[in-house]
Design a protein around this ligand. Structure first.
Ligand code: NAP
Ligand code: MN
Length: 260
């Protein structure tokens, strides 16, 4: 088994990489940061996002497991002191595995199409001028939206930006998309749903308009693409596979992230 170590340089944890390398060697495994079977990410939930983007080209054949300090989060449940236990569980195939579809976006401009992938969400935002956007779901018109922007979140991303926008938290085992609004204009001329909308995972959400000044972002990335005319967001065929502690439950990650 080949193991990669993906460390968040902004959140260094002592000699954690040396400790992990020691475990890899003592368990007869191999370090391979290019073509790994397992990626051990060290940091937080944001580090998981970066690790997924880094390994996107081989996402179908890799599994992620996280080590972090502090309260633990949604995507990692091993402390630095638990690294030996992590390897024992890994070797015994006792880690809990789950797989989750990524989001996929098609960004249409006059000159072509760009495809993007996201773990948490894909965002269309204009903080400077009113964003005007025709919203379609499965090719059926929903509304003309006016405001600062719209966000399509996955279940995994529901506890991130989506939550700050008043969206629902969604159990990670559910395959759904959630559409939320940012600072929407609602008056007797402009009217949109004004509520978070959860749709089936196989839905396609389309934004049409002249998005000259709008920004398209996903996870920790903002794309340098202006003059967008259309953005389509839907479930990707690509999945990300996560390894958790055997006693992991979604409710546990809610408690440790948001309660105490
Ligand atoms: P970042 O520092 O990597 O992440 C921002 C915060 O969100 C960190 O505290 C991170 O936790 C946490 N986080 C990331 N994914 C999460 C998830 N699925 N559930 C719960 N918490 C999560 O910041 P970034 O690089 O700019 O962007 C990454 C994410 O930030 C985006 O995907 C977006 O969801 C979020 N964001 C939130 C807001 C907002 O809430 N107003 C605005 C913009 C972006 P760790 O500390 O454990 O890494
Ligand atoms: Mn060991």
């Amino acid at each position: 088994m080949k193991v990669a170590i993906f460390v968040n340089e902004h959140k260094p944890i002592g000699d954690i990489d040396k400790i992990i390398i020691g475990e890899v060697v003592s368990h007869g495994l191999i370090i391979d940061n290019v073509n790994p079977d397992i990626v051990i990410f060290v940091g937080g939930d944001g580090t998981f996002l970066r690790a997924v983007h880094h390994y996107l080209p081989i996402i179908q054949s890799v599994k992620f497991v996280g080590v972090g300090a502090g309260n633990l989060g949604f995507f990692y449940d091993f402390h630095p002191d638990d690294v030996h236990q992590l390897f024992t569980l890994l070797e015994a195939h006792e880690l809990k595995e789950s797989s989750h579809h990524l989001l996929e976006g098609q960004v249409f401009t006059e000159s072509g199409v760009e495809t993007i992938h996201a773990v948490n969400e894909i965002r269309l935002e204009n903080p400077f001028h009113t964003l005007i956007c025709d919203v379609e779901i499965n090719h059926e018109t929903l509304e003309t939206y006016r405001g600062n922007g719209l966000v399509v979140s996955s279940s995994l991303g529901s506890s991130a930006y989506n939550k700050s926008l008043g969206g629902s938290l969604i159990d990670h085992s559910l395959d759904l998309l959630e559409l939320t609004e940012i600072a929407t204009i609602q008056n007797n001329i402009n009217r949109s749903l004004g509520a978070p909308l959860v749709v089936a995972g196989d839905s396609k959400i389309t934004f049409n308009g002249n998005f000259k000044e709008a920004l398209i972002g996903y996870d920790n990335v903002v794309i340098d693409q202006r003059n967008v005319l259309r953005l389509e967001v839907y479930r990707s065929n690509k999945v990300v596979r996560l390894l958790h502690s055997p006693d992991y439950q979604y409710i546990k990650s809610l408690r440790r992230s948001f309660i105490k």
